[in-house]
Design a protein around this ligand. Structure first.
Ligand code: PMT
Length: 225
């Protein structure tokens, strides 16, 4: 049994894709399976944290011992996260759609003899940035984001760390052939303000366990967190 060194700490973890509706039957999505985010929620709970998992549509079962909130679109994920504040730890593993369709059609779009429809997109709220920059009273002590990149993985992640205002970023390569989306293993770089650690490829469960261990260490060595 693991040390209960996150007992008394509350955490929110986001996971999975979001589905952005086009009309009542169609949506825009991405290839996230939820495996990485769900594993992180379970790993934090295994060390005694009280965890809320906010997940987009996935086929995985809800992890035992974790309160799971199911959402569809980015805006629902945003509200669900803010509703659950305050927490000590926020981990953003979800692949949130950057854009939604500006106006959801109330009825199924029909084929006609004319040109195919053109979808106008609008930008979604950035959950990680909003949580990182919320007022000091509500900001979690430790905010961890992910960076999904296809090139210059670490450099892009370092930029994201400052532009989003989070404390740590786990950077992963999602270029074709890596199977980072959907696969069972992951090779991540832990990027902080003044260091980069390259973790070897390991199962997503092991990545989650190692992250939970680092989070516990951060709280236990720094009493202000
Ligand atoms: O689900 P799996 O199949 O196991 O795959 C895991 C994963 C590849 C999805 C995961 O490891 C991962 O990288 N998740 C983040 C995916 C992503 O959207 O990355 P990004 O670089 O586009 O976004 C950066 C960060 O901002 C992420 O923490 C993301 O959750 C967050 N974000 C992005 C946009 C937005 N509107 N709101 C956000 O919170």
């Amino acid at each position: 049994p693991l040390k209960q060194d996150l007992k008394g700490r509350r955490a929110i973890v986001t996971s999975g894709p979001t589905h952005e509706p086009i009309d009542p039957v169609r949506y825009i999505a991405n290839r996230s399976s939820g495996k990485q985010g769900h594993a992180i929620a379970a790993a934090l709970a295994a060390r005694g944290a009280e965890v809320t998992l906010v997940t987009g549509p996935v086929t995985l079962p809800d992890p035992p011992g974790v309160r799971t909130v199911h959402v569809e679109a980015a805006r629902d994920m945003f509200s669900a996260c803010f509703l659950d504040l305050p927490v000590d730890i926020f981990v953003a593993a979800a692949a949130v759609a950057d854009w939604r369709v500006a106006v959801e059609a109330p009825q199924k779009l029909k084929k006609s003899g004319d040109l195919p429809p053109v979808l106008k997109l609008a930008e979604n709220p950035d959950i990680l940035r909003a949580i990182s920059t919320t007022d000091a009273k509500r900001r979690p002590a430790l905010v961890v984001g992910f960076a999904a990149e296809t090139e210059n993985v670490v450099a892009h992640a370092q930029k994201k760390l400052s532009s989003k205002g989070c404390d740590w970023i786990l950077a992963n390569d999602v270029s074709e052939g890596t199977q980072t989306f959907g696969g069972d293993s992951n090779a991540v770089h832990l990027v902080t303000a003044n260091a980069v650690e390259d973790w070897p490829r390991m199962s997503k469960t092991e990545v989650a366990a190692r992250l939970a261990e680092r989070i516990a260490a951060a709280f236990n060595e720094d009493t202000t967190k």
